[in-house]
Write a protein that binds this ligand. Structure first.
Ligand code: GDP
Ligand code: MG
Length: 748
């Protein structure tokens, strides 16, 4: 838009309060000088006069009339202003351009309205500016665009002089009014034309003068060309009229002053409906009706006035609605910047803190963030609303949305970062709390309830997060919700729970494996010990029971082993079930348990058949058979005894144990136990991590290249041969000893 630069470029508020003093503006301010230049200090002046914060609570009056008709004098009397007046001696023009001054006689006792600004417009008289009607038109436009009341100052003797200078002026005012306001009929403001008739002699009553003027005005109105559609419009559609007559100032000074005093009381606020004012006496009705007000907020007046003047001077089509929108944009942006200063002061340190924490890699939780954000947001929006809502509604709404989005972008970032910090530290705290509780449970030795620990710590973690998140909700902000984050948090807690449960499963597995080891250690040890007590030996079986046969050693080992593991599986399943492990997890656990248990058994067997151990057992087995008779009574060797025969029989019997011990096989089938079937296939849900620490088992893990037969080989052929040799030597020793003792017994 062509007028945009002039609105935007002038930093009206930069000079406010700087070096400006009331003395500089003793006579008011020359808003527009004789060269039609707009004064850049208007804002400074309005600020000095404390009008800026008034909002709509101010009023504008302009005075029109021929030169030297006592306009400035009247204003000075009415409002205590100090507009320049012509001295009685030199009669030349004093008021040049347009001056403005604030009412100096503001005082509530007289009932005058607040913040009345009076504009004294250069006399409009051919004599003053030659034939130049240009300024007259421009100042009329300017006055109409800004003022609520136009005072038309005329001598009594000018009334009825239809061709006079005043009529020229009024014609201009009417034309300009049509040009300005009729385009936008909805928002056409009315104006009050306030005729002040000077030097009223009193011979013609005011009512007559008034009638004459109204007739002239109507005639004038009908003579001007009107836009299409408004040909039949009446002057009253746009203007209200008021009339007052003042006595001659020089001839009747006291009366003049008294009447001016009385006139002053009319510059007060009124209602659109005159009856509401409670005064039906027309001569004292208030002049400031709401409908006259141009609705330019005081803090935007200087910018608006300059924009309007700029348009006028450049002979552009003065489009007031557009001017108001431009003003609104300018002021809303300015107000937005102003209110953001305090917002920045509060919010930037919080942002810095988060950034600093982020660099340090620690979760950033700011105490009272919620309070700070809520306060900052509501303050900045409230302040914006207070100042900016007076401007053009559409622009205001747009600018408010812009500000909100600016503010919310930053608050949302703070909000989200704090949430993610709460998330991070919450998950960590949860994991630590569970581990800690498990540790305490383990120390106590009692079977702690893992599921319960997880459940209650999760509840704690969720409610902590919830309350942390709730504390930073920002009222009225559409983004202020943590539902999604809460779901994510819950999901993460579930993941961590799963991981912790896996750890707990591993701990459980270790405990159960330890249990299996100790059970097998004892029970398998016992079975192997039985080898040492040969048939009819000292370890004779109790009454009625069949003595254990070496032949079914492996059957018994297999039964003990599988029963032990079944027991262990039950323990594992019960415990794992108590903390909500899944069927898959339990399945994998049991599969691992069987494999590991087999390893434990295999190690135990290896220990039992270690050279020294097995040799000792074979010797004991042999000795039992050799040194005890079938009733379990120790033999006392006599020379007549068939020592050699008994020796050979016992030795051969024991020797048969070696191949028996060498292979783990069941007596019924002569085949290895069905280890592969018993362990079973790896469950579908098994993970590589579950297999990491498992040793391969022959016949079960096909790709290991080791057969079940090999897995079940307890003693290799070489070892068997070696064992045989050693055993024979040992047996030989026993035999020699027996032989000696027989001979010894005889010699004794
Ligand atoms: P302006 O040009 O309309 O502003 O007129 P001024 O206020 O400067 O006054 C012009 C002259 O008229 C001065 O000499 C005043 O003393 C004189 N004057 C002011 N008020 C009145 C009045 O009410 N009646 C008469 N006859 N003279 C006045
Ligand atoms: Mg003057």
């Amino acid at each position: 838009h062509p007028s945009a630069p002039s609105l935007m470029m002038n930093a009206h508020f930069a000079a406010v309060g700087e070096d400006a003093s009331a003395q500089d503006y003793e006579h008011g301010i020359q808003v527009i000088d004789e060269d039609k230049v707009f004064n850049q200090n208007l804002s400074t002046y309005l600020n000095l006069e404390k009008v800026i914060p008034a909002g709509f609570n101010y009023h504008l009056i302009s005075v029109f009339g021929s030169q030297s008709t006592g306009k400035s004098t009247l204003l000075n009397y009415l409002f205590g202003t100090q507009f320049g007046v012509m001295s009685e001696q030199e009669r030349r023009q004093t008021t040049k351009g347009i001056w403005m001054s604030k009412n100096k006689r503001e005082d509530s006792a007289r009932g005058m309205a607040d913040n009345i600004l009076v504009m004294d417009v250069e006399g409009t008289d051919g004599r003053e500016r030659g034939e130049d009607q240009d300024f007259e038109r421009k100042s009329a436009l300017f006055a109409l665009a800004t003022s609520e009341v136009l005072i038309v100052n005329i001598w009594e003797h000018q009334v009825g002089l239809y061709q006079g200078a005043n009529m020229g002026l009024l014609k201009t005012v009417f034309e300009v009014n049509l040009q300005l306001f009729v385009k936008d009929t909805k928002s056409t403001p009315r104006s009050l034309l306030f005729f002040v008739i000077r030097d009223h002699l009193g011979t013609t009553p005011l009512a007559n003068l008034q009638n004459t003027l109204i007739q002239d005005l109507s005639k004038l109105w009908s003579s001007i060309s009107k836009p299409t559609g408004l040909e039949n419009s009446q002057i009253e559609d746009y203007f209200d009229f008021a009339f007052v007559a003042l006595p001659h100032k020089i001839l009747q000074p006291e009366k003049f002053e008294a009447e001016v005093e009385k006139l002053g009381t009319r510059f007060r606020e009124g209602y659109n409906d005159p009856k509401k004012s409670g005064l039906l006496d027309e001569s004292s009705l208030p002049v400031f009706l709401p409908q006259y007000h141009r609705r330019i907020p005081a803090d935007g007046f200087a910018v608006y006035a300059e924009g309007v003047w700029d348009q006028i001077v450049n002979n552009k089509d003065l489009d007031l609605p557009t001017q108001q929108e431009l003003l609104a944009q300018f002021r809303c942006d300015e107000i937005s910047r102003e209110v953001l200063v305090a917002f920045d002061e509060k919010i930037t340190p919080l942002e810095d803190k988060q950034a600093e924490d982020a660099r340090a890699g620690k979760p950033s939780v700011i105490a009272d963030l919620g309070t700070a954000m809520n306060a900052a947001r509501s303050k900045v929006l409230k302040e914006f609303e207070t100042s900016a809502s007076r401007y053009h509604k559409g622009v205001y709404a747009r600018k408010k949305a812009e500000l909100e989005s600016k503010v919310d972008t930053r608050l949302k970032a703070l909000f989200q970062k704090q949430l993610s910090a709460a998330h991070k530290s919450g998950v960590e705290a949860f994991s630590n709390a569970v581990s800690q509780a498990v540790k305490i449970g383990q120390k106590k030795g009692a079977t702690y309830d893992f599921a319960h620990i997880v459940e209650s710590e999760k509840k704690n973690a969720l409610s902590k997060f919830e309350s942390d998140a709730h504390a930073i909700l920002v009222e009225g902000a559409p983004w202020s919700s943590y539902k999604q984050e809460m779901n994510l948090y819950q999901k993460d807690l579930d993941d961590v729970s799963g991981r912790l449960r896996k750890e707990e499963m591993r701990r459980l597995a270790t405990r159960v494996e330890r249990w299996v080891r100790s059970r097998l250690d004892e029970s398998i040890g016992l079975e192997f010990n039985k080898i040492g007590s040969g048939r009819g030996g000292s370890g004779a079986p109790e009454h009625g029971e069949k003595p254990p046969s070496e032949k079914d050693l492996w059957d018994r080992v297999w039964i003990i082993f599988t029963e032990t593991v079944t027991d262990a599986e039950k323990r594992f399943t019960d415990r794992a079930g108590s903390f909500d492990a899944s069927t898959e997890e339990i399945e994998v656990g049991l599969w691992r348990l069987r494999r590991k248990s087999w390893g434990v058994l295999r190690a135990k067997i290896d220990e039992e058949v270690m050279e020294g151990n097995i040799l000792l057992k074979l010797r004991e087995n042999f000795e039992d058979k050799f040194r005890y008779d079938e009733h379990g009574v120790p033999r006392i060797w006599r020379p007549t005894d068939d020592i050699e025969g008994i020796y050979t029989k016992a030795r051969e019997s024991t020797i048969t144990l070696i191949p028996l011990l060498a292979r783990f096989k069941l007596s019924k089938t002569s085949a290895p136990p069905p280890l592969d079937a018993w362990i079973g296939d790896a469950p579908a849900s098994v993970l590589p991590a579950d297999e990491e620490d498992l040793s391969p088992i022959g016949g079960v893990d096909e790709d290991e290249g080791k057969s079940l037969e090999e897995e079940m080989t307890v003693l290799s052929d070489g070892k068997q041969a070696d064992l045989l040799v050693r055993f024979k030597k040992t047996a030989d020793g026993v035999y020699v000893e027996a032989k000696r003792s027989a001979i010894g017994g005889m010699t004794q």
